[in-house]
Design a protein around this ligand. Structure first.
Ligand SMILES: Nc1nc2c(ncn2[C@@H]2O[C@H](COP(=O)(O)OP(=O)(O)OP(=O)(O)O)[C@@H](O)[C@H]2O)c(=O)[nH]1
Ligand SMILES: [Mg+2]
Length: 432
């Protein structure tokens, strides 16, 4: 991959659309922009142009914008061609560009250039990856904040402090106490404790990040025939799961994704719990148990007269088939009828409350993914070791804190290995 190549990609989605956007990135694109626009382009101005191939034939009517380095997404020159979104038009333009010594970009190559040209750090790229995946409003908001540098600012602040502490600690052994700021030892330890609390706190929010970005897992469980599948269908709003009066109807996990208050929810219906000798049903029940283990919220469905021993702590107890009973007197239970829809608003209200608790109403210090999680754990553990193992040797303390700073540097990509970079950028699609 050569950063000096001129590369192009379709930045809008594939398939038929009104308008498609093709972007070109290269070191000196002014001449080419002038050729296709027909005059010397003013950067960031939109030009309506008849885009012609090398034989002078019109390929399409387009809008062309020229961005001059470094004022572009990649930090290189960029030409953006807005053409009609027909595959034939796009292919013809690609053919034309290839004829001008340009090549198709690899996935994430535009962002990689932005990274190398200091337009984005790795934490911003993580945000971009998440933004392109965002399906719900909360996912969009968290990803956008991260992409726009909100997380980077937090990490940079931590890293700067760690580097400063490490430098002061190293100086403790080399300089006389008189040459150093007063109470330096106390200040170092005090600031380290604050940092340790901040990093641990961010890690404690991993569940929140995960719930927002991957979705909140809600699983419907209970004995056979209590109406789990009927309730699942009612919540999802379509007859997704098979319903019958034969106990043991559902054997596999049936899942649906939905958006509740801007949060992504993965709802699953499961095989009813009962002692059974049926081989397939037993596998189904094992899967139910896996769903319970992975659930953020369990809806425990029972019928009146059944045992209401909790399956798991913090479950929501739901009594179904309320249309067949008169008394609604079990405290803390929500009475519903999957048949008539009675009680559904109350159940959804309770689910919303639980989601708000789990997600802390969307508040999280930083958006954490699997990559940043491991590095934050390293940073936290190094700070902990520095504080816990401290025996008056400031050199060792300085080392630990520097390792912590390195871990944060890796989150930002300030300290990067090719492997981390490849992994991060390869998650992006073509044209980004
Ligand atoms: N009267 C009444 N019947 C219901 C209600 N919900 C479900 N049923 C009936 O109860 C029976 C079982 O419903 P399902 O939704 O298949 O129950 P399930 O819990 O998924 O059962 P398994 O998959 O076998 O574990 C069906 O005959 C449903 O029509 C309800 O709210 N009121
Ligand atoms: Mg079922």
């Amino acid at each position: 991959m050569n950063n000096n190549d001129t590369i192009f990609a379709l930045s809008s989605g594939r398939g038929k659309s009104g308008v498609a956007v093709i972007r070109i990135s290269g070191n000196d694109l002014e001449k080419f922009a002038k050729k296709i626009i027909g005059r010397t382009p003013v950067p960031r101005h939109a030009y309506f142009t008849n885009l012609r191939d090398d034989n002078g034939e019109i390929i399409d009517q387009c809008v062309v914008i020229y961005f001059v380095a470094p004022h572009s997404f990649t930090g290189t020159d960029i030409i953006e061609i807005q053409c009609h979104g027909a595959p034939a038009v796009i292919n013809k333009i690609f053919e034309f560009l290839r004829g001008h010594n340009m090549r198709g970009a690899t996935p994430g190559e535009f962002s990689r250039r932005a990274f190398y040209n200091n337009k984005m750090d790795l934490s911003d790229v993580d945000g971009l990856v998440a933004l392109l995946d965002a399906q719900t409003d909360k996912q969009r908001a968290a990803a956008l904040r991260s992409m726009m540098g909100g997380d980077s600012a937090v990490y940079e602040n931590w890293r700067d402090q760690m580097l400063e502490i490490s430098a002061y600690a190293a100086a403790m052994t080399d300089y006389d106490a008189d040459d150093l700021p007063p109470n330096i030892a106390d200040k170092i330890l005090g600031r380290m404790k604050t940092l340790y609390t901040a990093v641990s706190g961010a890690l404690g929010n991993y569940k929140v990040s995960r719930a927002i970005m991957c979705g909140i897992n809600i699983t419907i469980v209970g004995e056979t025939n209590v109406g789990k599948s009927s309730l699942f269908n009612r919540i999802v709003g379509s007859a997704r799961a098979i319903v019958s009066d034969i106990p043991g109807t559902t054997r596999d996990v049936v899942s649906a994704q939905m958006d509740i208050d801007g949060y992504m929810v993965n709802l699953s219906d499961t095989a009813g719990l009962r002692a059974t000798v049926d081989f397939v049903e037993r596998i189904g029940i094992e899967r139910t148990n896996t769903e319970i283990a992975n659930a953020d919220i369990v809806l425990h469905i029972v019928n009146i007269g059944d045992s209401i021993t909790p399956i798991t702590k913090d479950e929501i107890l739901v009594i179904n088939k309320s249309d067949t009973i008169d008394s609604h007197d079990i405290l803390g239970a929500i009475y519903v009828s999957a048949k008539t829809g009675a009680g559904l608003p109350e159940l959804m209200h309770e689910i919303r409350n639980r989601i708000a608790e789990i997600t802390n109403n969307g508040e999280s210090a930083v958006m954490i993914n699997a990559r940043t999680y491991d590095l934050l754990v390293t940073a936290r553990d190094e700070l902990f070791a520095a504080l816990n193992d401290f025996n008056g040797d400031y050199d060792i303390l300085s080392e630990h804190v520097r390792y912590a700073a390195d871990a944060i540097g890796k989150i930002l990509g300030t300290i990067g290995t090719a492997e981390i970079l490849d992994k991060t950028f390869s998650q992006l699609c073509l044209g980004k």
